[in-house]
Design a protein around this ligand. Structure first.
Ligand code: FES
Length: 155
């Protein structure tokens, strides 16, 4: 689909594959592919802004993960993990939340199903495996064939 050396990190390509439109993102050395269709209300999800995952192990300590990112739908702002398609922060939610804090012994654990303390939202965008083959970036849509006559129902 695209030559590896013509696909620099931080770039995205939005391509037509059959009846689907798929966004392919390069984040660091990794590639991600996602259906350009927001499960919230059908917005052009892959045209939204991306940002790296930010984590914090302690107050004042922040780490940007340069290999993983979120994309925010340009219509209403739901954010989706490029790797899993899981939605997080959505419309009407403040960008920072207040949480009750307790001090416990042991290792910190993530909120069930969440990540870095973020709660999963109700939506999951369709994602596709991506690999590099002979210097080409290849998106594998074979495991999710487009059903005949699915025009309009699936992008
Ligand atoms: S359509 Fe994407 S957030 Fe609403």
């Amino acid at each position: 689909m695209a030559k590896l050396d013509e696909f620099p990190t931080g770039e995205r390509r939005i391509v037509q594959v059959g009846q689907r439109t798929i966004g392919v993102f390069r984040v660091g050395d990794r590639f991600y592919a996602m259906n350009n269709y927001c499960p919230h209300m059908g917005g052009p999800l892959c045209e939204g802004r991306t940002k790296p995952w930010l984590s914090s192990a302690a107050p004042g300590e922040f780490v940007l993960d340069e290999q993983e990112a979120l994309v925010a739908c340009p219509w209403h702002g739901w954010e989706y993990d490029l790797a899993t398609g899981q939605s997080f922060l959505g419309p009407g939610e403040p960008p920072a939340r207040a949480y009750e804090v307790t001090v416990e012994r042991g290792t910190p654990e993530r909120i069930a199903g969440g990540r870095n303390g973020r709660r999963p939202g109700p939506y999951v965008a369709e994602t596709f495996p991506v690999h590099v083959e002979d210097s080409y970036v290849v998106v594998d849509t074979s495991s999710r064939p487009v059903a005949a006559g699915a025009a309009g129902g699936e992008r």
